[in-house]
Ligand binder design. Structure first.
Ligand code: NAP
Length: 284
């Protein structure tokens, strides 16, 4: 079997078109466009690329975007004060602090300072907690994007065995909650997992969020499984690759996401959807 490619880029364009249409409708109703504030501290080159992509996407759909690019010595107190200011600004719907922040800043303190209704990344414990009790408000962007992509391809997760490799707060754990909310049977793997090939091998759907190039071997994949590769790894030759050995996995799977062009664009689409949702909350 050669898997069908899940085209995250195409799905994300569809999402962005839908958002742009809603923004146009808001404008016609004399409502302000949603506004996203993005804060970047330091000079991590990858973060600069991510922030630029987010700003461009905002422009495409007609959002207002505010950008705060601060040098690496910006203090934690200054960052908290900036977040307070944006929390209190009624014209700002979403606040995003690009991670990672420099070592002298406590990222958890930053995440928890953002007002949950403006936490468009969905990282605040309040939002994770709401997802855990099946009452989501702001859903973490990458796992949400995965669910949107699966739905777009008509892949129903209900009753399926889903193995998620990785248990980070931003991907693996909320991905497990998303799958559980949709009544999949979930297994979450990490570095203490005893037999990773076996856990992957019995999955109808595999989500890899590890951050190690090609660590999920194609031969582990069950025939006909769906493979979602969240990993983004830069190789020495400068090329990007995922966590899954793509060519061999493609021969076993029914559907597979490429890297790049799979989950990545969906993360941004989810961010914009969350910002639009936040604006709607703030209309009331
Ligand atoms: P992370 O915080 O480093 O977490 C990695 C997880 O993988 C941990 O739970 C770790 O287990 C587990 N792990 C590491 N080595 C393993 C192994 N050999 N076997 C089994 N599990 C192993 O990473 P993250 O932030 O979740 O990101 C994961 C990947 O996704 C990265 O490549 C990142 O760049 C990418 N990413 C992509 C997007 C996107 O938009 N496409 C968004 C976010 C992240 P322990 O908990 O035991 O340490």
């Amino acid at each position: 079997m050669t898997a069908q490619i899940i085209d995250g880029k195409a799905v994300s364009v569809k999402c962005l078109d839908k958002i742009a249409a809603e923004v146009a409708k808001r404008t016609a109703e004399n409502k302000r466009p949603p506004c996203l504030a993005v804060i970047l501290v330091g000079d991590n080159p990858a973060s600069h690329v991510y922030v630029r992509n987010k700003k461009n996407a905002c422009e495409k759909v007609g959002f207002r975007s505010l950008s705060y690019e601060k040098s690496a010595d910006f203090s934690e107190a200054e960052l908290l004060a900036l977040i307070n200011e944006l929390n209190n600004d009624d014209t700002v719907d979403g606040i995003l602090v690009q991670l990672p922040v420099p070592d002298h800043i406590d990222s958890q303190k930053i995440i928890e300072r953002i007002r949950p209704d403006k936490d468009v990344d969905g990282f605040h414990p309040y939002n994770i907690g709401r997802l855990a009790v099946k009452m989501p408000l702001m859903r973490p962007c990458t796992p949400k994007g995965v669910m949107t992509m699966l739905a777009e391809y008509g892949i129903d997760v209900k009753g399926k065995n889903v193995t998620i490799v990785g248990q980070s707060n931003i991907v693996g754990r909320p991905q497990a909650l998303e799958m559980l909310m949709n009544r999949a049977t979930i297994t979450v793997c990490h570095t203490a997992t005893k037999d990773l090939p076996a856990e992957v091998g019995r999955a109808d759907i595999v989500v890899a969020a590890v951050g190690r190039p090609n660590c999920i071997k194609g031969e582990w994949i069950k025939d006909g499984a769906v493979v979602i590769d969240v990993g983004i790894n830069r190789l020495e030759n400068g090329k990007l690759c995922g966590d899954v050995e793509f060519a061999t996995a493609r021969e076993k799977a029914s559907y597979i996401t490429p890297v790049p062009g799979g989950v990545g664009p969906m993360t941004i689409a989810s961010l914009l959807e969350n910002t639009l949702e936040a604006a709607k909350l703030h209309d009331k």
